[in-house]
Design a protein. Structure first.
Lengths: 221, 221
DNA sequence: CCTCGACGATCAGGAGTCGCATGCGGTCCA
DNA sequence: TGGACCGCATGCGACTCCTGATCGTCGAGG
């Protein structure tokens, strides 16, 4: 599950990102509205956490623009309590839920999970397809050209992370942070070991090495 | 059968939950309106017991929001006798039945059963079929390939939870939360013991272990 | 065009984790 | 009082994961 946080208070954004990453989500953070809109329109996020007061473009406008562009990604709005902005307005522009600052981290996580559950209950499939590769994140199953392949937990996590960023180059540090513990003090070689295993179990040319940068899951067949 | 209790008086909520659990229902409890709405919209409950006076969002609004969202889950409202809230209003917003505090536990159970019967009579099937496995959550009976199998209460609850999420990986923590008390502090080993029993009584390959992730009820035959 | 250095791939082994089976005592109910 | 059910503990077996070492490959600069 991939989350985008659009929040200009950097400390808050960072702490949310850390926590949600620990929950197992892939988290990206941007600090202004325009950048947020760009990312949300071009990348496949499962949920967007959107602050109202933002430099560049405020949260309402980001939200409205996203909906106008036909994106139905769930949006959780963050509003300040001082009443300058109205919660109802947030829901009117197409947000799915809102949270009033200050909020506890536990509540935020509960809302995030609820929104993701709701979306899943509505029939949104957690299945990702790229070429002849099919990955079902809920069932934790992987097919290649119709044949199912058995993966271990770590192998699946690495693959899932690459699939969520299919076509992009993902650095080893990024994979380490997301799949392993946050502050993992280990050899980046583990990533190589698991990529190697994935290539062996799936197909060698599925994961492309970008020397000095990381790995990229090939999307075109 | 899964029940959700939305009630902020914790002692009352707990005693109801205990009683209904003993009746064989899987019971979740939340203490405020918003959380109740979240859960009811995202989880597949068979009935919601909803107090009127709630922090966050009162019972009427939860009920109205649920109906507005297209959910037809039966709702049993709990009203205080002091007339501040009108019973009729509860029914207007879409509740199926109401009960005035204080009420006897026996009456509550009778109403719950009546509502579940009514829904069943209306054609909602509590029977889930996956391959040659048939599970009747109302009657709490299980058939495998036409032959009925006797399960204990806990065995059935674990199976029911897996059936409701058939095809997905369900973590042991998730099973613990839903089948045992919600704040259960116990050894995940219990889950393993019950899964083991289910495999013995049903078929070994029906419940698949996904190492490091949980269990998955196989859907394909 | 060759050489060298850095980076990446692969392999094997041991430690640790995870899941399963079994058995025992407690408790609840008939 | 007896039986069934439940929670818990233990020990075993298997698999996974990480580490370290070695081998391979790419690319830049001489």
């Amino acid at each position: 599950m991939r989350l985008l946080i659009v929040e200009d208070e950097k400390r808050l954004a960072l702490s949310l990102a850390k926590g949600l990453t620990a929950e197992g989500y892939a988290v990206d953070v941007v600090h202004d509205g325009r950048e947020g809109l760009d990312r949300a329109t071009t990348e496949p996020y499962d949920l967007v956490i959107l602050d109202i007061m933002l430099p560049g473009l405020n949260g309402y406008r980001v939200c409205a623009a996203l909906r106008a562009a036909g994106h139905d990604v769930p949006i959780l709005m963050l509003t300040a309590k001082d009443g300058e902005y109205d919660e109802a307005e947030g829901l009117d522009t197409g947000a799915d839920d809102y949270l009033t600052k200050p909020f506890s981290y536990v509540v935020l996580v509960a809302r995030v999970k609820a929104l993701l559950r709701r979306r899943r209950a509505a029939g949104a499939s957690p299945v990702h397809v790229h070429g002849d590769l099919k990955v079902d994140t809920a069932a934790r199953r992987v097919w290649l050209g119709g044949a199912e392949t058995e993966l271990t937990a770590k192998e699946f996590s690495v693959l899932e992370h690459l699939v969520l960023r299919a076509g992009e180059v993902v650095s080893k540090a990024d994979i380490l942070e997301h799949v392993w513990d946050f502050a993992y003090e280990g050899d980046p070689n583990i990533v190589e070991v698991y990529v190697s295993a994935l290539r062996r179990k799936l197909r060698a040319d599925l994961i492309r090495t970008v020397r000095g940068a990381g790995y990229r899951l090939e999307t075109a067949p």
